[in-house]
Design a binder for this molecule. Structure first.
Ligand SMILES: [Mn+2]
Length: 422
């Protein structure tokens, strides 16, 4: 048998275990898609897993979500034969990662919650037949009898502004990466795992997903530019954005793996993927999205329909029972208050029954719509929306940010800027 020329990894991210769609648990679907991911890892005989953050949806995940994480990591690591490297994202608890780290190491699972987490205790024997060496904060090297060569990993978990001690994102990471690179061997490949917000070009027609906008706003993330990434890497495996997306190919590929499932209706047309990464002994990695020609078998479909009558709404409920359903009421007259309850009794997963939003696409809004907007009391509407989404009321900081954005939007409207922006 000829020795393998490359190390092969499967890159995934943004599992968001425990995330609900409105009130509906997605845990069974998450379980199914993680089983599929394990199958893909087996089928392609990957040498290791790269999990780039946001494995949980919450810093205080449920027992079921934690159980699914540990079971999935164990299956992916084949009990220690296939190393699994996991960094924390902005949704994860660094403390929980640190607590799980000593559990994972003998099983070939490395969890890094925070850059200051001391990995030295895990140094030495790792998993079954691997050796882990800590070279610098966040920089490790792994070797094993089944691997053709040693590989270095620059593990860069999400660091909150407090953990960055107020340092701005780009300069924080550039300093960390520069320090780590001094200790890295130029003779061995280096793979980066990180969870930043990198603004990407949507010129190819892909829109920013609702989830990603939320990650941008609520992650407290300033954007990192592609130019901030260090030179000389083989690959940068990113998490955070739910859209599977290669950001560039040269001089080495940088890519978001995307989320595990479609987590919002805005996300419903996006096929979910994992990335197969072939790391050579020297030079840049080759990457491709898996499964080929289709998405991961990600649970039930999310369907959204505009309806203009109770009969039409009822018909949509009855013809799509095996889906999550969003119905958007687009008739000029308001629906009767009983209609929602009736539709919920007809469909087990009616997620939203909404009134059609005022749309500004396709031309300036007419005077009547603008007059209606002036009469709205926005803050209570925002508070109710925020509470419905987050489960708690917005604090004063969030409210003041909202007021500032609102004031800017209203100022823009009154100055009739719309005509210029079309
Ligand atoms: Mn994130």
């Amino acid at each position: 048998m000829t020795p393998k020329a490359t190390l092969r990894f499967l890159h995934t991210a943004d599992w968001h275990l425990g995330k609900k769609l409105n009130r509906f648990s997605r845990l069974e679907e998450q379980k199914a898609v993680l089983a599929e991911l394990t199958k893909i890892a087996d089928q392609y005989e990957v040498d290791g897993m790269l999990v780039a953050g946001d494995v949980f949806d919450s810093r205080n995940p449920s027992a079921e979500a934690k159980g699914l994480l540990t079971a999935s990591l164990l299956a992916l690591s084949k009990g220690g034969e296939r190393p699994v490297l996991v960094i924390a994202g902005n949704h994860d608890s660094p403390e929980l990662f640190e607590a799980l780290a000593s559990w994972g190491a003998p099983l070939g699972i490395l969890l890094l919650g925070d850059l200051t987490q001391d990995l030295h205790a895990l140094q030495g024997s790792f998993g079954k037949g691997f050796t882990l060496e800590v070279l610098e904060k966040g920089l490790i090297a792994l070797s094993g009898s089944s691997w053709p060569f040693r590989c270095q990993f620059l593990l860069s978990p999400y660091m909150s502004p407090i953990r960055r001690e107020g340092k701005e994102v780009a300069s924080f990471w550039q300093d960390c990466w520069a320090a780590a690179l001094q200790k890295a061997s130029p003779e061995e490949p280096l793979v980066l795992l990180a969870h930043p917000y990198v603004r990407y070009d949507t010129a190819d027609g892909s829109e920013e997903l609702e989830e990603d906008l939320e990650e941008r706003v609520l992650g407290g993330q300033e954007a990192l530019s592609l130019g901030a990434f260090p030179e000389g890497l083989a690959y940068a495996a990113l998490g955070h954005i739910h859209y599977p997306k290669p950001l560039r190919h040269e001089p080495y590929p940088v890519a978001y793996a995307g989320s595990l499932l479609q987590y919002s209706f805005g996300d419903r047309c996006i096929e979910k993927k994992a990335l197969l990464v072939e790391v050579p002994r020297a030079g840049a990695a080759q990457v491709s999205f898996l499964p080929e020609g289709k998405g991961l078998n990600g649970g039930l479909p999310l369907l959204s329909f505009e309806v203009t009558s109770p009969e039409e709404a009822q018909e949509k409920c009855q013809t799509h029972p095996q889906a999550y359903l969003e119905l958007v009421w687009a008739a000029p007259q308001a629906p009767s208050p009983e209609l929602r309850r009736h539709l919920e009794s007809l469909h087990p997963r009616l997620v939203h029954f909404l009134l059609k939003r005022i749309s500004f696409s396709g031309g300036a809004p007419d005077a009547e719509v603008l007059a209606q907007m002036d009469q709205l009391d926005w803050l209570p509407l925002f508070e109710a929306f925020y509470e419905a989404r987050k489960g708690h009321k917005p604090d004063e900081t969030i409210k003041s940010i909202f007021k500032e954005v609102l004031n800017r939007a209203l100022a823009k409207k009154s100055s009739q800027d719309y005509a210029d922006t079309q």
